[in-house]
Design a binder for this molecule. Structure first.
Ligand code: 39S
Ligand code: ZN
Length: 789
């Protein structure tokens, strides 16, 4: 029999049950027992679903209350001293304090750092290792979940992150030391874990080592053999899993480790099949990841069987079939999407559908295609309809991209000339203050949006709510003394989804939630066809906001790379081409904003770094097209129009050249958490344009003191001349509460004033006369455009 299996199932729940349970527990509205019950129900439901779909083994232990890497830290007893944890078994509230700084019980403490999981939009909690770090088995969660699955009659396959990947993802605290020195004691805990799973009667354990698809330093690669050698003996069989790319330089090591099977990602890296087959010893299982775990497209089953059948001939029962990676990165169940266009819906598969696809493939391999003829026919029809749909290919979009000249990616003049024109138009003070775009999204606002989308609130009333919100946001910014204002993004559910909803070629689900971090989810739009902009997307909101103030109002858009990166993109067109189509739609929006009198426009690119390929060899190509896409979106405006961009998730050092090549007039970046150290990279590089280093961390509810901000700016002036510095928070404020936002921004503006007084010079000698703006009358309703009910 060909084993159908799965590397991990999304845990948030089809109705985001885990999110609601977590948030209500954190708010003190429900008990820990309530939370545990919800979690157990979700696990049972998900195992049930996977078995019903036809899976033999179900993954266990990938369920998490916040993050699977943090679960491992707890299991290994890796709790930084500031959490004051001394119990033998570490409790759930310590876990939540590590994740988010606070929990219903225990003292608040600085949360652990959070960062992106490989090239995904999922964030994990970074393990913090001390030089004298000790490891011990400090949590029974995994064993309890194994027992729970067994009691319900499932055959559990526990999922572990491997010791080398765990260490690779960790940071050292208290001095820079070689974390590989900690490998030996860490492997000791793995031995203990595997022995216990063995006692529990577990047959197979999945051990994830995704770092094998990175350009791994040899000293890391060399450590695999010894550590896995020590895991031989008293243990269940091991399936070593790799995903998100090709093994390449790690191929030999991955094939020859003393384990019992290897999983490879054939969606991202189909070319590695032959090299793996050539190297893999004849006694090992080969698990092939053929159903895309990173995207929502339905598998073309017939085409897939063409590839799998010869493989089955060659490998017999050594062949296993699975999704390419954990299904954490896709939504739970398509069955909930009654309102999605029927045609488009037939092209999609969410997690529940994907496990069923895996099972069908295995049945066809064992019993022949006839045994699943109907399913195959249905899959053929969907593939055919997707290939030939007239909604997908739009000649005028293709033509515009192909005819794009080199000029489109260039501003008219160099930065220094543009800066002159911009300073004349907007004589801002030294250290101009601004924010990154969003202001708090209150529960009231979200409820209004939900009601509007469900048809319980009419468009006019929804629009009134939004206008009141925008008016409020503008008013408070004036009162607090900010220099360049924003409209606050009240109309947006999300910075990507909102634009997706307004563009042709995008579809959006009702319930396609994917975990981003902890209880926070995103609903990535689906790019299914050529992208075009039927009409302006933000002009009405921005000009309305501008009509309420004499100060400059900054237009606010999400950039082409981030739109692509945070959507489910079509797999029948190259990413550079999709990015360029989006860039052209944004270019038209930027030009329309300019025409409407908006002279400062921000194009956010927080996912620019995240899109960087995992292998260095692919960087150049990516950076070339990603940079060009941004420049095309920004390139259509006059010198006097100031283009801003924003990036959080920095690690800019590797990509400084590309950042400079974006040629934004102003870039606002996240530097607060690294205490401005990042700026040295900009200064070493002689970054030529203006920079707004985030002067405080918006990810924490703590209010920064004025002196703290002054100190950071002074530090920044050592790297960047004051005339080119802006003062702003390090990201948008949508997840924060109003009280802390007011206190923080008042302190920020206060800091800017102190700094100006101390410097004794204005940024511009000219009188700070403001460009007059005539209020724009609102003659057309804005909201009707976005209603989908
Ligand atoms: N796409 C994307 N990726 C990103 C970011 C981002 O902003 N967008 N930021 C970075 C960090 N990631 C983040 C991801 C999600 C959220 C976030 O706040 N998500 C919200 C959902 C946002 C949303 O789409 N809200 C909708 C629907 C809200 C909702 O669930 N409404 C309730 C009712 C209202 C309520 O009780 O809140 C319902 O329908 O039942 C809206 O505003 O319209 C959440 O999980 O809570 C924040 C940061 C990196 N990646
Ligand atoms: Zn940001």
């Amino acid at each position: 029999m060909t084993i159908a299996h799965n590397l991990g199932f999304p845990r948030i729940g089809v109705g985001r049950e885990l999110k609601w349970a977590l948030e209500s527990y954190w708010a003190g509205k429900t008990t820990q027992a309530d939370l545990l019950t919800t979690a157990a129900n979700l696990r049972a439901q998900h195992w049930q679903l996977q078995r019903a779909a036809g899976l033999e083994q179900v993954p266990v232990g990938e369920f998490s209350f916040y993050d699977q890497v943090l679960d491992h830290s707890l299991m290994f007893g890796v709790v930084p001293p500031r959490f004051g944890e001394s119990s033998e078994r570490i409790g759930l509230d310590t876990y939540f304090r590590m994740a988010r700084g606070r929990a219903p019980s225990g003292e608040p403490a600085a949360a652990c750092e959070m960062t992106k999981w490989f090239d995904t939009n999922y964030h994990y909690i970074v393990p913090e290792l001390q030089p004298d770090q000790r490891f011990r088995l400090a949590s029974d969660k995994l064993f309890a979940e194994v027992a729970e699955a067994q009691a319900q009659g499932f055959s559990p396959r526990p999922v572990l992150i491997g010791p080398l990947t765990y260490l690779w993802l960790a940071k050292t605290k208290g001095g820079d030391f070689d974390r590989l020195k900690l490998l030996d004691p860490l492997v000791g805990v793995y031995q203990e874990i595997l022995a216990r799973l063995n006692e529990q009667g577990v047959d197979w354990v999945q051990i994830d080592e995704p770092i094998l698809v990175l350009d791994l330093p040899t000293e890391w690669l060399r450590m695999f053999e010894g550590s896995y050698g020590r895991l031989a003996g008293n243990r269940p069989r091991l399936l070593l899993t790799t995903y998100f790319g090709a093994l390449e330089g790690s191929l030999h090591v991955a094939c020859h480790l003393p384990v019992d099977g290897l999983h490879v990602d054939l969606v991202r890296a189909p070319g590695q099949l032959e090299p793996v087959l050539a190297k893999l010893p004849g006694h090992k299982v080969l698990s092939v990841g053929v159903v895309d775990g990173r995207n929502i497209w339905r598998t073309d089953l017939t085409q897939e069987l063409d590839r799998l059948e010869p493989l089955r001939e060659r490998l017999g029962e050594r062949l296993w079939v699975a999704p390419s990676c954990s299904l954490l990165h896709v939504p739970v169940d398509l069955a909930r999407e009654e309102r999605l266009d029927r045609g488009i819906r037939s092209w999609l598969a969410f997690a529940a559908q994907k496990v069923a696809e895996v099972a069908v493939l295995c049945r066809a391999l064992d019993q022949g295609r006839d045994a699943v003829a109907e399913v195959l026919a249905d899959s053929d029809r969907a593939a055919q309809s997707r290939r030939t749909s007239p909604d997908i290919n739009r000649a005028e979009v293709r033509k515009r991209v192909s005819e794009l000249g080199a000029d489109a990616a260039r501003r008219r003049s160099s930065y220094s000339e543009r800066a002159k024109a911009q300073r004349e138009r907007y004589p801002l003070p030294l250290y101009p203050t601004t924010t990154i775009g969003s202001f708090p999204q209150t529960a009231e606002l979200r409820v209004a949006r939900r009601d509007f989308k469900n048809g319980r609130l009419d468009a006019a009333s929804y629009e009134t709510v939004l206008r009141e919100r925008i008016a409020h946001d503008v008013q408070v910014q004036e009162r607090w003394g900010l220099d360049v204002l924003v409209h606050g993004e009240a109309e947006r559910n999300d910075m990507v989804e909102y634009f997706g909803e307004q563009l042709d070629g995008f579809a959006f689900s009702r319930n396609g939630w994917v975990q981003s971090y902890g209880s926070r989810c995103v609903k990535p739009p689906i790019i299914y066809g050529d992208v075009a902009r039927p009409g302006p997307m933000t002009v009405a909101w921005t000009t309305y906001a501008q009509s309420l103030t004499e100060r400059p109002m900054k237009g606010m858009l999400t950039g082409p790379v981030t739109m692509l990166q945070w959507s489910f993109a079509r797999d029948d067109l190259d990413r550079d081409e999709i990015a360029m189509q989006i860039a052209l739609a944004l270019r038209d929006e930027v030009i329309d904003l300019e025409k409407a009198g908006i002279g400062i426009i921000q194009i956010d690119e927080p996912a620019f770094r995240e899109g960087l390929p995992l292998r260095r060899a692919a960087w150049r190509d990516y950076l070339d097209w990603a940079t060009r896409a941004f420049r095309v979106s920004a390139g259509g405006v006059a010198d006097s129009t100031q283009i801003h961009t924003h990036m959080c998730y920095s690690e800019f050092n590797d990509i400084m050249t590309a950042i400079a090549e974006l040629d934004a007039d102003v870039i606002t970046i996240e530097t607060a958490r690294s205490d401005m150290e990042l700026l040295e990279a900009f200064s070493d590089f002689d970054y030529p344009n203006e920079i707004g280093p985030g002067v405080y961390d918006i990810h924490s509810p703590n209010v920064p003191a004025t002196e703290e901000i002054v100190g950071r700016v002074v530090k920044a002036t050592r790297s960047i001349p004051a005339e080119r510095l802006w003062i702003n928070p390090d990201c948008g404020l949508k997840t924060r509460g109003w009280k802390e936002v007011e206190a923080s921004l008042r302190n920020m503006v206060g800091a800017a004033r102190l700094l100006r007084d101390a410097s004794g010079q204005p940024r511009e000698t000219a009188d700070a006369e403001r460009t007059p703006h005539s209020p724009v009358p609102m003659d057309r309703p804005i909201v009707s455009l976005t209603a989908d009910g």
